[in-house]
Design a protein around this ligand. Structure first.
Ligand code: PEP
Ligand code: MN
Length: 339
């Protein structure tokens, strides 16, 4: 349930209302928007008399939230979530471009790619240290050493870093990481999600290969219910009967998730298509659909990449693509066409 308050509610009446709601065993989530204040209630609201609350002087409206996700729900917040990392932000009308190799392979590689993508307009550096591979015989990532190299690249470029955490024991190595990535394969690792709710770093939550929007939002809810509300949702393609592309990139997810939730939504056309030739078009499609950002795999020598070379674009293609994405973003944000 959410309670929308009138502008500048009288302080004592507001405190009384919050106390009364808390005395009913509810937790009250205060959301100070620019235009109005919204109180989101978590807990069993079935015995709360909506008419009674509606009748209060300070209350403008009361709504029940039917969906199982509450904190992630668009109805729960008065404004879009904006996440700040380093000197940049995700959401709130900006186009975030995360770029970098699938895996961190060497100091030369990560520094060269970081400098190149920064030059072309990337705002966040990606690079895998712990890799969830389908085969135990495939390269598993350089782990702690890769994290050290990512820190060097961050120092060299000033770009904040995002990298995947596969299990909780790795968290102690993540001090210098700005955004923790939860991969598609871990989207429903509920214990991991719960623990990530108890720490402060923003979480980039990738959609599971067969997850519905509701399941993705419920996974965000797991993290948010623990107190960490800085979640970025990422569409990275789902399994369908099509085999030509690695996955089927679900562009509908962008407007759908943004309709259902206030959380920022980004798109990963690299894992979403698996093919270099398809990435520029799908990146443009994501921006046109209203995505808050992109995550793109860029490698200086894709033919020799230890992981995902066939879907890694070279820095020069990235340099041509990034300004086009920014130009398109300008156009799509100048006027929104909605119902
Ligand atoms: C990745 O971003 O490197 C990755 C493994 O992605 P996903 O979890 O979407 O497969
Ligand atoms: Mn990859």
């Amino acid at each position: 349930m959410v309670i929308i308050l009138k502008k500048d509610p009288e302080k004592e009446q507001l405190a009384n209302l919050i106390n009364w709601l808390e005395s009913k065993g509810l937790s009250v989530h205060r959301n100070d928007g620019v235009s109005h204040l919204v109180l989101g209630l978590i807990g069993d609201t079935s015995k709360i008399d909506m008419d009674l609350i509606q009748a209060l002087d300070i209350v403008d409206g009361v709504k029940r939230i039917q969906e199982p996700y509450k904190k992630a729900n668009r109805k729960f917040a008065s404004e879009d979530t904006v996440i700040r990392v380093g000197n940049t932000q995700i959401g709130g009308g900006t186009l975030t471009i995360m770029a970098g190799p699938c895996s961190v392979e060497s100091e030369e590689q990560i520094i060269a790619v970081a400098q190149a993508v920064k030059e072309s307009g990337a705002t966040i550096l990606r690079g895998g240290a712990f890799k969830p591979r389908s085969s135990p015989y495939s390269f598993q990532g350089y782990g702690a050493e890769a994290l050290r190299l990512l820190s060097l690249a961050k120092q060299a470029t000033g770009l904040p870093i995002v990298t995947e955490l596969m299990e909780l024991s790795q968290l102690e190595l993540f001090d210098d990481v700005d955004i923790i990535q939860v991969g598609a394969r871990n989207m429903q690792n509920f214990n991991l999600l719960k623990e990530l709710g108890h720490q402060k770093k923003p979480v980039l939550l990738k959609r599971g290969m067969s997850a519905t929007y509701e399941e993705l939002l419920m996974s965000a809810e797991y993290i948010m219910s623990g107190g960490n509300e800085n979640i970025i949702l990422c569409e990275r393609g789902i399994r369908t009967f099509e085999t030509y592309s690695r996955n089927t990139l679900d562009i509908t997810a962008v407007p759908a998730l943004k309709h259902l939730s206030h959380l920022p939504v980004i798109v990963d056309p690299s894992h979403g298509t698996g093919k270099v030739a398809l990435i520029p078009s799908m990146a443009m499609a994501a921006v046109a659909a209203g995505a808050d950002g992109l995550m793109i795999e860029v490698h200086n020598d894709p033919a020799k990449a230890l992981c995902d070379g066939s879907q890694s674009i070279k820095p020069d293609l990235f340099a041509r693509l990034a300004p086009r994405l920014r130009a398109l973003h300008q156009v799509t944000h100048s006027e929104e066409v909605t119902e």
